[in-house]
Design a protein around this ligand. Structure first.
Ligand code: DHB
Ligand code: FE
Length: 279
């Protein structure tokens, strides 16, 4: 049977993708960030998941104001890197796993999570940057990826508690799939950041730390954080952090924190990263 062994939380700051793609990931500005992920790349080489289930948000790339699905599950055979205005990132095509996607779609919908089924979808930095940070720059991604896109761009975004419940349903779906697959679940986005208007550049390291502590050790409590708190404390784009709760819901109540990395600044945001193993 398929099973979930670990979870990864990771910011998806687009500048990190640009830094890797243009060969400046070792410079004074980006070096400390990429060094901070070195442990994680080594961990990933040993962990060797057979599949990544990756929760991210689309940034008006595959979707725009005409169609805004709250939860959209990738069910395609592959996903092309999107052109976000300066050409597609020179990263490998993301291969999917259609049989497992179809199984998850069925399981989620029969479990009352009425997700949108995406048989074709281009993927933006929200998905490709975390792959770069954890897998480096291979000619092909080492395993298939199933994307789950969550709307955190246009209110109403889903609640953290709903994302947590969805994570539990994703786990049930994966663990009822009749193929031996070791699955790593990614929750991406965050941490505190605001990209526009008067509070642009907002970073709240104390709140980010508290957020990570609750996520790891008291997820039942942390998933109750309300939209208004994300907005006030973590800035307008801090709401991306609800996606970390899908990942957390897919893990055991008790997890071991294998790695935590936090760095300011990257672009004008904080970068946060966790590796959690099921215990
Ligand atoms: C930026 C964009 C993002 O989507 C994000 O999650 C963090 C930072 C940026 O444009 O800098
Ligand atoms: Fe983002």
């Amino acid at each position: 049977m398929a099973f979930i062994s670990s979870g990864v939380a990771c910011s998806h700051v687009p500048a990190l993708g640009v830094a890797a793609d243009t060969g400046i990931s070792g410079d004074d500005y980006y070096g400390p960030i990429f060094d901070g992920f070195e442990f994680s790349r080594q961990w990933m080489e040993k962990e060797k998941p057979d599949l990544v289930f990756l929760v991210y948000n689309d940034h008006c790339t595959a979707f725009d104001a005409r169609v805004i699905p709250t939860f959209a599950l990738g069910c395609a055979a592959h996903y092309e890197p999107a052109d976000e205005g300066w050409g597609p990132r020179p990263v490998p095509i993301v291969k999917g796993h259609q049989a497992l996607s179809a199984h998850i779609a069925q399981s989620l919908i029969l479990d009352s999570f009425d997700i949108t089924i995406m048989n074709e979808m281009e993927v933006d930095h929200g998905l490709t940057v975390p792959l770069t940070m954890l897998f480096g720059q291979p000619d092909a991604w080492p395993c298939p990826v199933i994307p789950l896109a969550v709307n955190v761009v246009q209110y109403p975004a889903p609640l953290g508690s709903r994302c947590y419940a969805l994570g539990k349903a994703v786990r049930k779906a994966i663990e009822s799939f009749d193929e031996d697959l070791k699955v790593c679940v990614f929750g991406t986005g965050g941490m505190s950041h605001q990209l526009q208007h008067q509070r642009a550049g907002l970073v709240n390291a104390d709140w980010d730390d508290r957020f990570m502590n609750l996520l790891v050790n008291e997820p039942e409590k942390g998933c109750q954080i309300e939209h208004i708190e994300y907005l006030r404390e973590a800035g307008s784009e801090g709401i991306e952090l609800v996606m970390w709760y899908v990942m957390r819901g897919a893990l055991n109540e008790k997890v071991e924190e294998i790695r935590r990395f936090y760095h300011v600044p990257a672009s004008n945001t904080a970068v946060g990263h966790l590796i959690l193993e099921n215990r």
